[in-house]
Design a protein around this ligand. Structure first.
Ligand code: ATP
Ligand code: MG
Length: 640
């Protein structure tokens, strides 16, 4: 009977013992059970490939305890790694601690001091899925395998609630004042908020800690620790940070260079100084910490790391950039600068090229590197046909934030904006089939400045001179696309220096001076690409089609656009190519697309005036760039 399937064998045994209850007496000798009860069987389901290193585990627990230690009380949490073997019941010290008055008092002040906090350290995506599904009713697996969840009331970043602590070592470096995204906070308030966040996290039954790196260049990289109460935040951190190997975690991770306390589920105290709402996102360079209260939007953690890089990298001669990057088959590197919604992710994920990064980069001595280990892509209107790479990346391990899906089929509706326009997907960069890992590249041949011109007057593409490149870099013009930040529901024109939005730390001239030197040294061509409106402004015209902008970007890579003839745009003095393969020539000169030519001229003047007014704040120069140097840049901008 050897070789017969188990079922047949069972049946034969049953026939042999005619009449008796076969289910009680039949044995499957081919597959005897290897466990005596269900619990043992479940243990067998989980294979442990790793030898336990108790000394290392002890060091990790110690490090986690230090991270979570209260700044105000002597009592700290007891950290347990992993699931406790026996269920535990938190005991209230108010009931149980009575004998020693002193310690009883200290303990009674804080349940967290007694309560063993379970810390899940660097859980795998599968484990984080399980925790999310177990503890969070808003978490669901959708078709394709991604984890869909919601971020609560805040569905975008809250730039007006972000604070930088004014500290002796960094205050002279930070750009404060008009036009700056840096709103100050004093150290004491930071410590109060930190304490509130740590208290909240310590009283939670379970915490998630994710340790990872920022910056793919091994000579530069920083160790980042995220402590949070929601499994989906830990999965986001796992996806967006560079994932350390087992060996790196065990041997070298050590004390983090920067820690993010994400207590976003818990509100800030509105009566604390500097609070304008129940949201507060605070960064201290001296403490090397970030505190998040009152917002669960994942974008805050990402912006925190990028803000830090915007401060630290220039000190090492590395230029941080809010830019995507990819490499062509000939090894030609391209950068895509731009504010939110202008197309960085869209153009850096080009199936013909290798993806280095879609959002934040460092440009150093040997070339560019990605700061992050993953992508955080907008997914409103995403379709398999138009953006197959991103669509395919939304598989098991990816986090879908605030997307809607069919209740039964769990099919995602990427067009639905019931929760927000700013639906997002976070996935490890390896999910992109064309990712270049490690994410390092040489010096760029082309740099594309993306903007979304809602007035519809800028050409779809212009070639920039060296001075113009600095002018448009420092201006950082675009129209804000709905919903990326709280309270913005319609597009509006905006200027955000260095295309860096709220993460800029030094004065813009610091970054501009570094960019000028790098562009010159490496002979990088710079282009201004308008992915916004044509044939009229917002409400009249329409957005330039993705196909046309893709054709423009392809012609930049191939060198065809550099060779094309150009025409000058009045007032702005921009040099717009008059031909481009795959694009109707009339589209390349905006005035020809407008029916109402008079309205076009008026809009052109209006936009030029906005640029001029915005640039006035830079005219006095700074300690990074003289007044004379700034004057030369101003001359390259629009003149009225
Ligand atoms: P963020 O900084 O928020 O990540 P981003 O610069 O990466 O923003 P994308 O995610 O690429 O921006 O978003 C651009 C969006 O605009 C995409 O949804 C894309 O499909 C849409 N779009 C429509 N027309 C165009 C166009 N002509 N060029 C670029 N993008 C376009
Ligand atoms: Mg993007």
């Amino acid at each position: 009977m050897d070789g017969l399937p188990a079922l047949s064998k069972l049946r034969l045994e049953a026939i042999d013992r005619q009449g008796s209850d076969v289910r009680q007496i039949a044995h499957d000798h081919a597959h005897p059970p290897r466990a005596s009860d269900l619990a043992e069987l479940q243990q067998l389901q989980k294979k442990s490939g790793r030898e336990r290193d108790e000394a290392q585990e002890g060091r990790t627990a110690q490090s986690l305890s230090e991270t979570l230690r209260s700044g105000a009380r002597r009592a700290g949490p007891r950290v347990i790694r992993g699931e406790p073997h026996e269920g535990y019941t938190p005991i209230s010290p108010r009931v149980s601690v009575t004998n020693t008055q002193g310690s009883g008092f200290v303990k009674a002040m804080s349940d967290a001091g007694l309560k063993p906090t379970i810390v899940y350290h660097n859980l795998s995506p599968a484990e984080l899925y399980e925790k999310a599904l177990q503890y969070e009713p808003s978490s669901h697996i959708v078709t394709g395998g991604a984890l869909a969840t919601i971020s609560g009331a805040k569905t975008g970043r809250s730039p007006r609630d972000k604070r930088i602590v004014r500290e002796p070592d960094s205050e002279a470096d930070v750009w404060w004042g008009e036009g700056s995204p840096n709103y100050e906070m004093d150290e004491r308030t930071f410590l109060l908020n930190r304490e509130r966040a740590v208290d909240y996290l310590n009283q939670a039954d379970r915490l998630y800690v994710c340790d990872g790196y920022a910056c793919w260049d091994p000579a530069v990289r920083y160790r980042i620790r995220v402590v949070c109460g929601r499994p989906f935040h830990a999965l986001f951190a796992h996806n967006l940070l560079i994932r350390p190997s087992e060996e790196e975690l065990a041997d070298h991770f050590g004390r983090p260079d920067f820690t993010i306390f994400n207590a976003g589920v818990f509100p800030a105290n509105r009566h604390t100084s500097y609070m304008t709402s129940s949201t507060s996102v605070d960064i201290s360079f001296a403490h090397r910490e970030m505190v998040i209260l009152g917002t669960q939007s994942c974008g805050e953690m990402k912006q925190g790391v990028f803000t830090l890089m915007n401060y630290w990298l220039p000190k090492r001669g590395i230029l941080p950039l809010n830019s995507g990057c990819n490499v062509g088959q000939q090894g030609d590197v391209a950068l895509y600068f731009g504010l939110s919604g202008t197309g960085k992710t869209t153009f850096s994920t080009d199936s013909e090229r290798r993806l280095v990064g879609d959002d934040t980069l460092g440009w150093g001595e040997t070339g560019v590197f990605n700061i992050e280990g993953g992508c955080y892509a907008k997914c409103i209107g995403l379709s398999k046909e138009r953006e197959p790479g991103i669509h395919a990346a939304l598989r098991f391990g990816a986090v879908l934030e605030n997307v809607c899906f069919d209740e039964e089929s769990r099919e995602v509706d990427f067009d639905a904006s019931s929760i927000t326009e700013n639906t997002r997907a976070a996935y490890p960069i390896e999910h992109m089939g064309n990712a270049l890992v490690p994410c390092l590249a040489g010096h760029p041949r082309n740099a594309v400045f993306l903007c979304c011109d809602l007035f519809g007057v800028l050409p779809p593409v212009s070639r920039l001179s060296a001075a113009q490149a600095l002018y448009y870099f420092m201006s950082g013009y675009t129209a804000k696309v709905a919903g990326t930040e709280q309270g913005i529901t319609e597009p509006q024109a905006t200027f955000s220096a260095c295309y860096t939005s709220t993460s800029l730390v030094w004065h813009p001239t610091k970054y501009a001076a570094m960019l000028a030197a790098k562009l010159e040294q490496h002979g990088t061509h710079v282009w201004l690409v308008n992915t916004g409106w044509s044939a009229g402004g917002y409400g009249v015209g329409r957005r330039i089609s993705l196909e046309h902008t893709r054709a423009i970007v392809a012609a930049i890579h191939s060198g065809e656009l550099a060779a094309a003839e150009r025409q000058t745009l009045p007032l702005f003095n921009l040099q717009a190519p008059t031909s481009c393969p795959g694009v109707p020539p009339e589209l390349l000169l905006p005035s020809t697309t407008w029916v109402d030519k008079e309205a076009y001229s008026q809009q052109l003047v209006q936009l030029a005036a906005l640029f001029v007014a915005n640039f006035k704040k830079f005219e006095g120069g700074s300690r990074h760039m003289s007044e004379e140097e700034v004057r030369r840049i101003v001359e390259a901008g629009p003149s009225l």
